[in-house]
Write a protein that binds this ligand. Structure first.
Ligand code: SDX
Length: 405
């Protein structure tokens, strides 16, 4: 009888590798294991540094725009005025959706999560543009334009459709950030709101080999189409340990309810060994530099559009967690303050992660393009812990199997 708790009988699955070397190479979650060589972005987790193509995120957040930063990430240099104008024009021209994709979204359940709607719609783009001319630069550029242009429209379209309304058509006279906020409400956003939202997109655009980017790379390495690559990454980003944390942070702050309740909440979480959403990071062991900038954006919005008492709870939570868990390198990450910004912008909570996806499409596409230039299909190995020499037992001779608890 096979039980589930047999000792791990480590065997080399690659005959040329000795078991000891294999066991030493094993890193759960590939922690600290370089999976690619890349020049797109750089993170120093101890110093709290993030650079896109060598430019500090603080400079891009204050001096660039999301589309200019996307161009930098994807093509590797800051565009000339003419190149940026052409990039912006092409994206504006491709914002609309095929009616079949809009009609498909009308069949989605209103109760469905917007990330699932986005993943399905991104994959559906492949039905219309499935040619896999991955060696053709014009195909690559067209896919970059389409995905950057249509992901916001899809996100806003599902928001309207699930409320029983027709989607709002994009407006060519509005810039990237303003147009998205417009498609959510059919009202032109306040200029400060549009600028803050654009900066949020820049902050979320890229972050080296995070889980969703790795997912994109694995999918891309099979030479499938870029729409399948993005759909794969969207599904990965949706998880609460990754991009889904921003939605969970707001729910957590609402559940805590007051500044006075913060210490009790943190001490209970620690006692129960549960994760405090928006805190901790595989790489950062100090406060995520993006969290610092997002806090500044939140304060700008509160000054202009009115305060949010949940920000006071967030500040107290940051203080108490630093006191209790700072020694473990547990500090706010990008998801901790972003939700408070989006909430003040009037974005529904369950759209926070799709907003993260809208921004991260540019990082995924940058890595997709870099992967194609020197592709090798991802196929890691394993440490085999199962049995050998087991024989088939006819069903009438089988007894009950005791599963390990
Ligand atoms: C993003 O990779 C990226 O770059 C991602 C991202 C990007 O831009 O793409 O930055 C975006 O995903 C940000 C992370 C959003 N997720 C959350 O906020 C969810 C909560 N955070 C954690 O689940 C956690 O911090 C992770 C998943 C983000 C990182 O986990 P690790 O690196 O696997 O850390 P770990 O599980 O090894 O924990 C190390 C220790 C443990 O304590 P001990 O068992 O050693 O005593 O730190 C503790 C953990 O319990 N810990 C936490 C904690 N995160 C880690 N304790 C309480 N609350 C937390 N949030």
């Amino acid at each position: 009888m096979v039980t589930q708790t047999d000792n791990l009988n480590v065997q080399a699955t690659d005959e040329s590798t000795t078991p000891r070397a294999l066991v030493c190479d094993f890193r759960p979650g590939l922690e600290g294991v370089p999976a690619v060589q890349s020049s797109i972005s750089y993170v120093d987790g101890k110093a709290g540094i993030l650079e896109y193509r060598g430019i500090p995120i603080e400079e891009l957040a204050t001096r660039s725009t999301f589309l200019e930063t996307s161009f930098l990430l994807i093509w590797g240099y800051l565009p000339t005025e003419a190149e940026l104008a052409e990039f912006q024009h092409d994206i504006q021209f491709h914002r609309r959706l095929k009616f079949r994709i809009r009609d498909m979204m009308k069949c989605f359940p209103e109760s469905g999560h917007p990330m699932d709607a986005l993943q399905a719609s991104a994959a559906a783009l492949g039905l219309f543009y499935s040619r896999r001319a991955l060696l053709d630069p014009s195909y690559i550029r067209a896919a970059v334009i389409r995905l950057l242009a249509k992901i916001p429209t899809m996100t806003a379209a599902f928001q309207m459709i699930r409320k029983g309304n027709d989607p709002i058509q994009p407006r060519d006279d509005l810039d990237y950030a303003a147009n998205f906020l417009y498609m959510l409400s059919e009202r032109e956003p306040d200029p400060l709101a549009a600028r803050v939202f654009d900066t949020c997109l820049t902050l979320h655009a890229e972050h080296t080999i995070n889980a969703s980017t790795f997912s994109a790379l694995v999918t891309a390495s099979t030479m499938t189409d870029p729409y399948a690559v993005v759909a794969s990454a969207v599904g990965t980003l949706a998880g609460p340990l990754h991009g889904g944390a921003n939605e969970e942070v707001i729910e957590m702050l609402e559940a805590i309810g007051s500044v006075e309740a913060v210490e009790g909440f943190v001490d209970r979480a620690i006692a129960e060994k549960s994760r405090i959403m928006g805190f901790g990071h595989r790489v950062y062991k100090v406060k995520d530099p993006r969290a610092t900038i997002l806090q500044q954006l939140a304060e700008q919005l509160f000054d202009s559009l009115g305060h949010d008492r949940h920000y006071d709870i967030a500040l107290e939570l940051e203080r108490v967690v630093a006191d209790r868990l700072g020694h473990k390198g547990i500090y706010p990450n990008v998801d901790f303050y972003s939700g408070l910004v989006y909430r003040r912008l009037g974005i529904p909570t369950d759209l926070f992660t799709p907003v993260f996806a809208i921004a991260r499409v540019s990082g995924w596409l940058a890595h997709w393009r870099e992967q194609l230039a020197a592709n090798r299909i991802f196929r890691p190995t394993q440490l085999y812990g199962g049995e050998h020499g087991v024989h088939y037992v006819p069903i009438d001779e089988r007894g009950p199997v005791q599963l390990a608890p």
